[in-house]
Write a protein that binds this ligand. Structure first.
Ligand code: SF4
Length: 394
């Protein structure tokens, strides 16, 4: 089966990327015809202002992929922007994709919802300030001329300062967290590129006539949209694209050091680029069962992220022992973390070495990705010729 998937170059990879995506890709490349691409155009849909690190991020991603086992002899590894055909197909598919399909995309709907909540927040802040200003002015021993004009000006100025404070991170981090929005989402993401990225994703997949796309559950709506776009194209111009199937990735949601999902934005990730010392320091700060304060206290391994890691990296018989000892208070968290660190390091150390080697061979790796881009281009060109013909563009 031909399989296509991509990853945005947004920084170094962490353990969550490996267990959520790459491990599965490495397995798939053994059994299928696989195309994996660095989605640099997609990185611009949200990060078009932060391009200074783009080159470095692409390189880091290539290095991580190779160190984690993706093999240019087994997979076509390439850079999206080196295969310009994606862009032409994106344009053509954009012509036939109803805008409403994109507006229903859950990521876009979330953005719109958050923007709405921010404007509610703005209104709430303004009303509160207005009440305070009125109260203060009423208590003044003299009458303020043109009070209404002054009030508006004051309310606007103060509200703007508070809102600016919120988005610059000085104030109310909890408010931002609660409404699940970041400064970037608010200011930068309401663009044509962001609205249209599912069409680019459809082009990325359909240009190779892929039959399978490995995705996490959150990506399912995008694959459904790709299928709908393929169906619409086939209906309008004749059978051209197969409808790709979503290959649901068997994910284990790896917790970060604070127990939440591992993510760069939560600052709770363990990176493959981290040194042994950095990993050790992160492991020793890991969140554990908050009810277990000292060694003698009975713990609850089932809610403890450290135990989650033991289940992945530690031998089964030791995991059972840890579970028992934790529950009866015979094991302290510090010792438990030290054991986990040893096992985790046994997994990370060889990858770190491969990373180092890959960095030293970066020229060859870049060549391999360029070769991959040529191979991908050849197939993409054939599909585009067919598409142009179907659309009377020849
Ligand atoms: S002993 Fe280990 S499993 Fe139990 S709470 Fe502490 S860190 Fe978690």
């Amino acid at each position: 089966m031909r399989i296509v998937s991509g990853m945005r170059p947004t920084g170094k990879l962490h353990l969550g990327h490996y267990f959520g995506v790459i491990k599965n890709w490495v397995k798939l490349q053994e059994e299928h015809e696989t195309f994996f691409f660095v989605a640099d155009w997609h990185a611009l849909t949200t990060g078009y202002k932060n391009i200074s690190a783009l080159h470095e991020n692409i390189e880091e991603l290539m290095v991580d992929w190779i160190a984690l086992g993706l093999d240019p002899q087994k997979s076509v590894l390439f850079i999206q922007s080196k295969v310009k055909e994606h862009a032409e197909l994106y344009l053509l598919l954009g012509m036939i994709t109803p805008k409403s399909w994109l507006e229903w995309n859950p990521t876009y709907k979330d953005l719109k919802y958050n923007l709405l909540r921010i404007s509610d927040l703005e209104l709430m802040i303004k009303n509160s300030i207005r009440d305070i200003v009125k109260e203060v002015v009423a208590k003044l021993p003299y009458k303020v001329e043109d009070f209404e004009l002054l009030e508006e000006q004051l309310v606007d100025d103060m509200a703007q300062s508070i809102i600016k404070g919120i988005f610059e991170g000085y104030l109310a981090r909890d408010i931002l967290r609660e409404i699940n929005v970041s400064k970037r989402d608010f200011y930068e993401t309401d663009t044509f590129g962001f609205l249209g990225y599912p069409v680019l994703q459809a082009a990325d997949i359909l240009i190779y006539k892929a039959k399978g796309v490995p995705v996490g559950e959150d990506q399912l709506p995008h694959i459904e949209l790709t299928r709908e776009i393929a169906r619409r194209f086939n209906y309008l111009y004749g059978e051209t694209f197969p409808e790709p199937e979503a290959l649901l990735t068997p994910t284990s949601k790896l917790p970060g050091t604070d127990g939440r999902k591992m993510s760069k934005s939560y600052n709770n990730a363990i990176y493959f680029a981290d040194s042994k010392e950095e990993v050790q320091s992160k492991v020793m700060k890991f969140f554990t069962d908050p009810q277990k304060l000292r060694k003698g206290d009975p713990g609850r391994p089932e809610i403890c992220p450290v135990f989650f890691y033991h289940k992945i990296f530690t031998e089964e018989v030791t995991v059972k022992q840890i579970e028992e000892d934790c529950k009866k208070g015979a094991l302290g968290c510090v010792d438990c973390k030290r054991m986990m660190f040893e096992r985790l390091e046994a997994f990370l150390e060889p990858i770190r070495e491969k990373r180092q080697k890959a960095k030293e061979n970066i020229k060859q790796i870049k060549h391999a990705f360029l070769d991959g881009s040529h191979t991908a281009s050849k197939i993409a060109r054939q599909t585009l010729e067919e598409v142009r013909e179907r659309m009377n563009l020849v």
